[in-house]
Design a protein. Sequence first.
Length: 276
Amino acid sequence: MQAQHQRQRGQQCVTAATHRGQRDHPDGGDGAARDQVGGRTPAHRTNVAAVRGDRWFSVPQRGRTPSMATIGLIGSGNIGQAIARQAVAHGHNVVLSNSRGPETLADVVAALGPLASAATAAEAGATGDLVVVTVPFKNYTRIPAEPLGGKTVIDTNNYYFERDGHFPDIDSGRTSVSEVLAAHLPDSHVVKAFNNIAAAAIGDEAAPVGTPNRRALPIAGDDAEAKKTVAALIEEFGFDVVDAGPLAEGRRFDRDKPAYGPHLTAEQLREALAQG
């Protein structure tokens, strides 16, 4: 949905959206380790004319991917850049952020083209109609919660204790990666997605509807409308979607589970999720 608002003197509306990925590990490996959150001032923004100024931002209704929506990315490593490339290729605007400041993303923004800009994490979250959190799991507490209130948030994170340290509640099975993020973002609608696919495959394995052996990606979440929004985006990017159920069921496609990593069709993915 592309929302329109009127403002005195005919000022414009802006809407936007997101996408892209990783390589050796579905969480981006060393690249994702750089997807941390920073808090630079607006003066450090790179190519962010659309983030503020004389323009309003409209949040589309959840339930389907907004046409020409804005996707805010908190984290811009392998997975974040892969999602951004797919989003731009499908006509969405993207606002990227990382821990080192918008100016460090100048080359990435230039490569993505005029639909891309860079900002702080808080600005990317506030601007996005849909927000992607793609940072090392250990940094989840640095995600700005207030700008993400009421929004659909895609969680691509994976828990690697070798990198993140041990989280006893996750190790024991009392909670899951995305449930931890959801607790940190109580006013957001968190959907787990894109964590089980390598970044490069987000572009390389995308295929039109009806393609034989088309890859399917799983999602999990507690809000039905938010899941519809994320499913629509994934389908737009070129993948079938399998709903694994509530957010807690996202553990079925976590690290080392049968659904984590391989190219699976929708039928094969359902079988792998059942084994998880």
